[in-house]
Design a protein around this ligand. Structure first.
Ligand SMILES: Nc1ncnc2c1ncn2[C@@H]1O[C@H](COP(=O)(O)OP(=O)(O)O)[C@@H](O)[C@H]1O
Ligand SMILES: [Mg+2]
Length: 425
């Protein structure tokens, strides 16, 4: 048996202490690289540090480099809640000094330490007696500090405590840096994915519309001549007939042919907007013209138009006939959605380097499941519509390197927003 106080016992207990220390660090190291959240990792690490040193409280500070401020990343102990919002300036108090200089500090009695600031104790009512504070360093730069406060036994913090905390600081610094990097990466990936998704959707829509446009072009071309021939001969038969059933039948043929001719005409109009010749032109005039053109129909249907237009002196590179067509189609859809009257709100203003035009109605709205297909050709909910309006609008906006977005709620109304790049005057 070894006697208390003998050199052998001292050696043994020192060894035991180091073994315990090493085990703690290894456990902690394993935890750092596990998939737990950083908050849990930090909290466990500081809990172990407190247990190992028999301490009352501990905290981790993180440096906000941009503002030279230290804020509490983690607090443990009886006053951990009130501590959380408190910040220190770089250089303020023991922790501020440790982060500023990158040097650890062991304070046996805070009343004798001139760098000690009683700011925390004053706010929280806690009584700090002693502390040990170690900087967190990544690539030679302090990023914060860890601090353990008041040994319960009233004893001084010793060399073993300092060494343990310094070993822990290395791991904590890496863990915090990794977590910050991970979070930044996750945010970047998220926003890039969002952007990609939007671009992909736009691309798919544009491709689909182009393919459908080709189909329509071929169809219109094939239909056009036969329809005109049928119409022409029906006209001749009609001229030969004076009365009776046959005359009625021929008139039906003529009506239907006229409808087909009108469809072919609309397809040609749609084909006409496949490309544009752009010139720099003022914005105000085509807006006035589109609103003037829709007014009689709006009046007849009891639709009130509210306008909020701020476009003085603005110009865009445009094919003015096309932009007028696009705008008129949006206004027409809005008015047609309010057969029993309503309010059409029209706004135009700059938004950064673009012109933003909105056409908002209080009409029937578009059901969610149909919103995706409204730009497709021949999609219509109207008996007398060709369903080519929005297909054209979409193409025209693309011709002008702009954007269109239509949001809608069934039975509440629809808002169409178009954005066109402005010419810098
Ligand atoms: N402002 C709106 N309010 C309600 N529905 C709309 C509106 N704009 C477009 N729509 C829906 O989108 C369809 C396609 O519009 P469009 O391409 O202009 O063709 P059309 O007007 O000939 O039907 C419309 O038939 C309608 O169902
Ligand atoms: Mg329309």
């Amino acid at each position: 048996m070894t006697q208390p106080g003998s050199p052998n016992l001292k050696k043994q207990s020192r060894e035991a202490l180091y073994r315990r220390e090493l085990a703690t660090i290894l456990r902690f190291g394993a935890l750092v690289s596990s998939s737990l959240t950083i908050e849990t990792v930090l909290d466990n690490a500081m809990k172990w540090a407190e247990e190992f040193m028999d301490a009352e409280a501990s905290s981790i500070y993180e440096l906000d480099e941009a503002n030279n401020l230290l804020f509490i990343r983690l607090a443990r102990g009886p006053k951990k809640e009130p501590v959380k919002g408190i910040t220190l300036k770089l250089g303020e108090g023991v922790s501020g000094y440790v982060v500023q200089t990158g040097k650890a500090m062991v304070v046996h009695d805070v009343t004798k330490e001139k760098r000690f600031s009683d700011k925390f104790d004053r706010i929280t009512g806690f009584k700090t007696r002693s502390m040990i504070c170690v900087p967190l360093i990544v690539r030679n730069q302090p990023i914060g500090a860890i601090q353990v406060i008041n040994k319960r036994s009233g004893k001084d913090f010793n060399r073993a405590d300092l060494e343990l905390l310094m070993s822990m600081a290395q791991l904590i610094a890496i863990a915090m840096e990794n977590a910050n990097l991970y979070q930044r990466m996750a945010e970047e990936i998220h926003s890039t994915t969002q952007e990609l998704k939007v671009t992909q959707e736009k691309l798919i829509r544009t491709e689909r519309l182009a393919a459908m446009g080709h189909l329509a072009q071929g169809l219109a071309h094939e239909i056009r001549n036969p329809v005109m021939t049928i119409g022409g001969f029906a006209q001749r038969i009609r001229n030969e007939l004076s009365e009776g059933k046959l005359l009625k039948y021929v008139e039906i043929i003529m009506d239907e042919t006229a409808r087909l001719e009108n469809l072919v005409k609309q397809i040609h109009e749609f084909l006409d907007v496949q490309s544009a010749s752009l010139r720099e032109e003022g914005v105000a005039s085509f807006i006035d013209e589109a609103l003037r053109k829709i007014e009689p129909r709006a009046d007849a249907q009891g639709v009130r138009i509210i306008r909020d237009v701020h476009v003085e002196g603005l110009a865009i590179l445009m094919d003015s006939a096309q932009v007028l067509t696009a705008l008129y189609n949006l206004l027409e859809n809005a008015v047609e959605s309010m057969p029993n009257g309503g309010i059409l709100t029209f706004t135009a203003q700059t938004e950064g380097s673009r012109l933003l035009i909105t056409v908002k109605d209080t009409g029937c709205g578009i059901p969610k499941e149909r919103l995706d297909s409204i730009y497709d050709p021949f999609v219509t909910s109207k008996t007398r519509g060709a369903g080519l309006g929005l297909t054209m609008v979409h193409q025209i906006i693309i011709n002008h390197k702009g954007e269109i977005k239509i949001t809608s709620e069934a039975n509440k109304g629809t808002t169409a927003r178009i954005r066109l790049p402005l010419q810098r005057g």
